[in-house]
Design a protein around this ligand. Structure first.
Ligand code: TYD
Ligand code: MG
Length: 455
C-alpha cells in the first residue's frame, strides 16, 4: 500500500514527521513542527503510469558540453568557496544567523560581479531600498551598476526577473518571500519551499544564477534554510561568533566544487574584509605556549589552516562533571577522553573539562584528535607543550594513531608560520621535505609517555 504523504516538517532541521509533536525527535528542538501542505497533491485515484506523458530524449554519459564558464567576483575568499566562481543557472543558498553579515557579504559580492560586467539584480524583502543604498554608500559600492528593488511578492519578482534576465539575482531573504498561490503565511515551511522551488526553476529556465539568503531560526514560526537545502545546487553557511569579528563562509554542499571549503572574512567598519592567511589570524594572540594549549595543523577544504586548541581541566564540584565544547564535536571529546582513560590509564572522572577552538572556527576533521588529546593532557598535568610544535592525527578506539591526508600541506603551512616540529602518526606520507622535524608516533600511550613522562 502506498505510504500516506508526510504532512509535518520541522522548521529547524527539515525532518519530516507523520504526525505533529511538541518536540522534533531529529534535532530535539521544541515547537518547531509545522503542518506542510504538499504543493500539488497528485490525484489519489490515478496512478502515474496509467496516463501517458511525453517521451524524454535520452543521452549518454560522455558529454560534449564544455565545462560551465565561471564568473569570478575578484573576492578570492568568496570565489573559492563557490568552487572557483559563479556557475550560470545555479541556485545558491546562503544561510546564517540573523545579523551575522549575510546581506553585507552578498551586497559586496553583487557589486563586485556587477563591476566585472555581470548584470545583477538585488531584491530585498527585508530592507527598504533606501537602507540598502545607504549601506552601499557606506561600503563604497554606490557606483556599482546593481539594480535594486524591495519586494516580497514572488509573482512580481519572477515577472521582473523573467523580463530582466540578469546574470545574477539575489533574494534577501527567502523567508520574507510570499507566493500568492500558496495558502499559508510567509516564512512557513510551505511558503519557503514554494519560493525556493520557483526561484530555482527560474535559475534553470533562464540560465541566471540565483542566490537565496536564509536566516537560521531558533524558534518554530519561521522555516530555516535546512528545509530547502535539497533543492539548491550549493549551500553555503556564513558563521561566526557574536563577540568575534571573524566570519567564515563554508560550503556544506556544492554540485560545482569541493564541499567543506571555507572563506575567511573580518567584519570591519567598512564591511567584510578578506582574510588571506587565516592561520596567522587564528594564532595571532598566541604568546608563549601555556598549559592546556596545542596547535592543530588542519585542512579546511583545500587549504591548510592552523588553529589553537585550548583545554581547561579542573576538579568538579558536581556529581556529573561538565564537558563543555566550543568549535568541536562533543562526541569526539567523549571518545578521546574514553581512549585516554582506557588505553593510557589517565582518568578524567571528577574533573570538569572545557574545550575550545580559538578564534571561533569550527573544526570537524578527525585529524584534530591528537591535538585535542595533547591539550587535555597538558591542561590536566599543568605542563605546557614544547613551543613551535604542531600536531595532527586521528585517534582510533584502540589508542593507535592513524595517518591523515595532506600531511605535506599541513607541514608546509606550519613551517611558513614559524613552527619547527610536528607530531604526526607513524606511517604518515610526508611528501617532499618541508624543513620541519617530524616525530612519528604509533599510539597515544607512546605519545603520553614521550611528552609527559610516564603519565
Ligand atoms: P547584515 O549584513 O545586515 O546581517 P544579516 O543580513 O546576516 O542579518 O549585518 C549586520 C551586522 O553587521 C550589523 O550588526 C552591523 C554589522 N556591520 C558592520 O560591522 N560593518 C559594516 O560595514 C556593515 C555594513 C555592517
Ligand atoms: Mg540581512
Amino acid at each position: 500500500m502506498a505510504k500516506a504523504p508526510t504532512l509535518f516538517t520541522c522548521t529547524a532541521c527539515g525532518a519530516s514527521h507523520q504526525k505533529w509533536a511538541g518536540r522534533c525527535d531529529a534535532c530535539g528542538a521544541w515547537n518547531t513542527i509545522q503542518e506542510d501542505t504538499p504543493l500539488s497533491a497528485a490525484p489519489a485515484s490515478k496512478s502515474l503510469g496509467s496516463v501517458r506523458g511525453k517521451t524524454l530524449p535520452l543521452s549518454d554519459l560522455a558529454s560534449t558540453d564544455p565545462e560551465p564558464p565561471r564568473a569570478a567576483s575578484g573576492i578570492d575568499e568568496f570565489d573559492r568557496v563557490l568552487g572557483g566562481g559563479l556557475v550560470p543557472a545555479s541556485a545558491i543558498l546562503v544561510g546564517g544567523d540573523p545579523g551575522i553579515g549575510k546581506s553585507t557579504l552578498l551586497l559586496q559580492a553583487t557589486a563586485a560581479f556587477a563591476r566585472r560586467g555581470l548584470s545583477c539584480v538585488y531584491i530585498s524583502g527585508e530592507e527598504a531600498s533606501a537602507q540598502v543604498r545607504m549601506r552601499a554608500q557606506r561600503l563604497g559600492l554606490a557606483d556599482a551598476p546593481v539594480k535594486l528593488a524591495t519586494e516580497t511578492n514572488l509573482r512580481d519578482i519572477l515577472t521582473t526577473l523573467d523580463a530582466e534576465k540578469p546574470d545574477l539575482a539575489i533574494i534577501d531573504s527567502i523567508q520574507t518571500m510570499w507566493a500568492d498561490q500558496v495558502d499559508s503565511a510567509p516564512g512557513s515551511v510551505t511558503q519557503v519551499r514554494a519560493a525556493a522551488h520557483e526561484l530555482t526553476a527560474f535559475a534553470k529556465r533562464r540560465g541566471s544564477a540565483v542566490m537565496l539568503v536564509g536566516h537560521v531560526t531558533k524558534e518554530g514560526q519561521i522555516a530555516g534554510p535546512r528545509v530547502v537545502e535539497h533543492m539548491v545546487d550549493t549551500v553555503l553557511y556564513f558563521e561566526g561568533e557574536r563577540g568575534h569579528q571573524f566570519r567564515i563562509l563554508r560550503a556544506v554542499k556544492n554540485r560545482f566544487g569541493p564541499a567543506d571549503e571555507i572563506g575567511v572574512f573580518e567584519m570591519t567598519g567598512q564591511g567584510l574584509a578578506e582574510v588571506r592567511n587565516p592561520s596567522a589570524l587564528f594564532l595571532s594572540d598566541r604568546g608563549e605556549p601555556a598549559p592546556g594549549t596545542a596547535v592543530f595543523a588542519g585542512i579546511e577544504g583545500t587549504r591548510p589552516v592552523l588553529t589553537e586548541i585550548q583545554a581547561l581541566v579542573a576538579p568538579s564540584p558536581l556529581g556529573t562533571p561538565r564537558r563543555t565544547v566550543v568549535g568541536l564535536d562533543a562526541g569526539r571529546l567523549s571518545t578521546t577522553l574514553a581512549v585516554l582513560e582506557a588505553r593510557c590509564g589517565i582518568p578524567f572522572a571528577g574533573l570538569d573539562v572545557f574545550l575550545n577552538v580559538a578564534g571561533g572556527l569550527r573544526v570537524t576533521e578527525p585529524a584534530a584528535d591528537l591535538a585535542v588529546a595533547a591539550a587535555l593532557l597538558s591542561a590536566r598535568e599543568d605542563v605546557a607543550l614544547a613551543p613551535n610544535c604542531v600536531l595532527f592525527g586521528e585517534i582510533s578506539l584502540s589508542g593507535a594513531l592513524r595517518p591523515v591526508g595532506q600531511t605535506e600541506n599541513r607541514l608546509k603551512e606550519a613551517q611558513k608560520l614559524g613552527f619547527s616540529t610536528a607530531i604526526a602518526p607513524a606511517n604518515s606520507k610526508l611528501g617532499a621535505p618541508t624543513g620541519m622535524s617530524v616525530r612519528q608516533i604509533a599510539d597515544l600511550a607512546a605519545f603520553v609517555g614521550e611528552t609527559f613522562g610516564a603519565g
